[in-house]
Design a binder for this molecule. Structure first.
Ligand code: CMP
Length: 138
């Protein structure tokens, strides 16, 4: 399995001033930041990023939420990154998220679930390339 994953801190978590806490948790969990930016998604870019979910009942809402404010996008490095990051952030549904996870602490709903984490090595590479050029990475 690969050593990279991709994450976003979503608009509500940014608005609620949780960037610092979440980055601290990420570092303490042993993930190294390879690239990072504070940015925004246009409706077109958000629709493209989440294209795999097109047609699902939550898609439109997710896309509009993800362009409702600034986000932090980052590439993270760690052994077994994708799987470890998913257990670190917790279940998609914050009601099911385990104690001590990012989503347990900061998610306010299924859509506004504080952070995104790639679900496979393949998607991690696609998502990292969506936001970052080679020159923006260490
Ligand atoms: P994320 O990891 O960014 O990937 C897809 C997102 O869709 C997910 O987090 C949730 O924020 C959002 N979403 C909203 N409703 C659902 C749902 N019922 N099942 C899965 N994902 C959902």
């Amino acid at each position: 399995t690969g050593n990279l994953t991709f994450t976003m801190i979503k608009p509500t978590a940014v608005k609620n001033n949780h960037i610092g806490d979440i980055l601290k948790m990420i570092n303490e969990a042993g993930f190294k930041i390879v690239a990072m930016k504070y940015t925004r998604l246009s409706p077109e870019r958000a629709a493209a990023f989440y294209a795999v979910h097109k047609g699902k009942p939550f898609y439109e809402n997710l896309v509009s939420f993800m362009c409702s404010g600034p986000i932090v996008a980052a590439i993270l490095e760690k052994e077994n990154a994708v799987e470890d990051y998913r257990s670190f952030i917790g279940a998609t549904n914050p009601e099911k998220a385990e104690e001590g996870t990012v989503r347990k602490r900061y998610a306010t709903s299924m859509t506004e679930n504080a952070v995104h984490g790639s679900d496979s090595d393949e998607n991690a590479a696609i998502e990292a390339n969506f936001f970052f050029s080679k020159l923006e990475r260490y």
